[in-house]
Design a protein around this ligand. Structure first.
Ligand code: DGY
Length: 323
C-alpha cells in the first residue's frame, strides 16, 4: 500500500524528519517560511496530511478547497488558534496538536521571564554590553523580590500547573488561579492554590500575573486597559500564551505611565512583527517565542505528531485530536 503523502511546512529537528521520511512519503519545506493561502490550497489538494506550525495561518480562505485530499492537520505545537477549526471540520479534516510534552519547558521560560522582569536582567545585560556599567552600588538596577509574593495564573491547564509548581515549591509563592471552569479542590491543593471568583477578582490581589490561557477570538484582548488598571502599581505581567491575549497598545501605555511595574513577553500579536509602542518600552523584557525551544521538547513535539499520524492512518483515534 502506498505511504500517505505528508507535507511538513517548516524544517523540523533532524531526528524527527528522518523518522517521518521512513514512515511516510514526506515532503519537507524548501524555504522554512510560513505558507500562504494559495500554497495551502494546493497542499490540501495534493497531500493526505499537512503538518503546520503556529506560523501557518490556516483560515477559511486557505481551507476553501473542494473535495480536498488532505484528511488530517497534525499541528506541531499545543496552541491551535491559527487554525480555523470549524472550517477544517467542515472540509472533513481532523486536527491534532502536541500537548503535555512542552508544558515543563514553557513553564521554565515563563519563570525565566518573571525573574528577568523582576530582577531587571534584560536592562542589566544591555547596560553591560553597552560598556555603560560603572560598578556595584547600593542603588544600581534595584528590582523586586520574587520569593513569598503572590502569583496569579490565568489558565490552569498543564502549562499553568507547571508554572504553579515552580513558583510555589521553588520560590514559596502564593498561587491564585483564574480558569474558565472550576478546578478540582485536590488539584488546587497540590500547589497550595486557590481559585479566584473571576479575572477581575484575581488581578488586584497579585504581585505577578502569568498568562497560560489559549489564544484566539475568545481571549483576544483579555488583558486590556480596564484590566491593566486593576493590577497593582508594583505588579508584573508575563505572557507565554498568545500575543493576542494582551491589548499591546494598552500594555505599552500602562508601562509608560508606570501604572504597573513591568512585563515580560514571549509572544506577540502579529509576530514576528513587534508593535513599535512595545519596542519603545525600556524595562519590557521580550523574547522571540522560545517557550518550547529546547532540543528535547522540539523532538518530543515531532514524535507526538508522528504518534497522531500513525494512529490516524492505521484507523485508530489519534491521541491528541482537538476536533
Ligand atoms: C505551541 O506549542 O503552541 C507553541 O507556542 C509553539 O507553537
Amino acid at each position: 500500500m502506498a505511504k500517505p503523502r505528508v507535507l511538513v511546512t517548516r524544517r523540523w529537528p533532524d531526528a524527527v524528519e528522518a523518522r517521518l521520511a521512513e514512515e511516510f512519503d514526506a515532503v519537507f519545506s524548501e524555504h522554512d517560511r510560513p505558507l500562504d493561502t494559495g500554497a495551502f490550497r494546493e497542499a490540501f489538494r495534493d497531500f493526505d496530511a499537512v503538518l503546520p506550525t503556529v506560523t501557518d495561518r490556516i483560515d477559511a480562505g486557505a481551507l476553501d478547497v473542494d473535495a480536498p485530499r488532505c484528511r488530517i492537520l497534525a499541528n506541531y505545537g499545543v496552541g491551535f488558534s491559527h487554525i480555523d477549526i470549524p472550517a477544517a471540520s467542515a472540509r472533513g479534516m481532523v486536527v491534532t496538536n502536541t500537548p503535555d510534552v512542552l508544558s515543563e519547558c514553557t513553564a521554565d521560560l515563563a519563570m525565566t521571564l518573571l525573574l528577568m522582569a523582576a530582577r531587571r536582567a534584560g536592562e542589566g545585560e544591555r547596560e553591560l554590553r553597552a560598556g555603560a556599567w560603572t560598578g556595584w552600588r547600593p542603588t544600581h538596577l534595584v528590582g523586586t523580590r520574587v520569593s513569598g509574593k503572590t502569583l496569579g495564573i490565568v489558565g490552569f491547564g498543564r502549562i499553568g500547573q507547571e508554572m504553579a509548581r515552580r513558583a510555589h515549591f521553588g520560590f514559596g509563592m502564593d498561587i491564585v488561579v483564574h480558569n474558565r471552569s472550576r478546578i478540582a479542590p485536590e488539584t488546587l491543593a497540590r500547589f497550595g492554590a486557590r481559585q479566584a471568583e473571576s479575572l477581575d477578582d484575581l488581578l488586584p490581589r497579585c504581585d505577578f500575573v502569568s498568562l497560560h490561557c489559549p489564544g484566539g477570538a475568545e481571549n483576544r484582548h483579555l488583558i486590556d486597559a480596564r484590566r491593566l488598571a486593576l493590577m497593582r502599581p508594583g505588579a508584573f505581567l508575563v505572557n507565554t500564551a498568545r500575543g493576542e491575549v494582551i491589548a499591546e497598545r494598552d500594555l505599552a501605555e500602562a508601562l509608560t505611565r508606570k501604572t504597573i511595574a513591568g512585563a515580560a513577553l514571549d509572544v506577540f500579536d502579529g509576530e514576528p512583527a513587534i508593535a513599535p509602542e512595545l519596542l519603545a518600552c525600556e524595562g519590557l523584557v521580550m523574547l522571540p517565542h522560545l517557550g518550547s525551544a529546547t532540543a528535547e521538547t522540539r523532538n518530543d513535539m515531532g514524535f507526538r505528531v508522528l504518534d497522531n499520524l500513525r494512529a490516524f492512518f492505521e484507523g485508530r483515534p489519534p491521541p491528541d485530536r482537538v476536533t
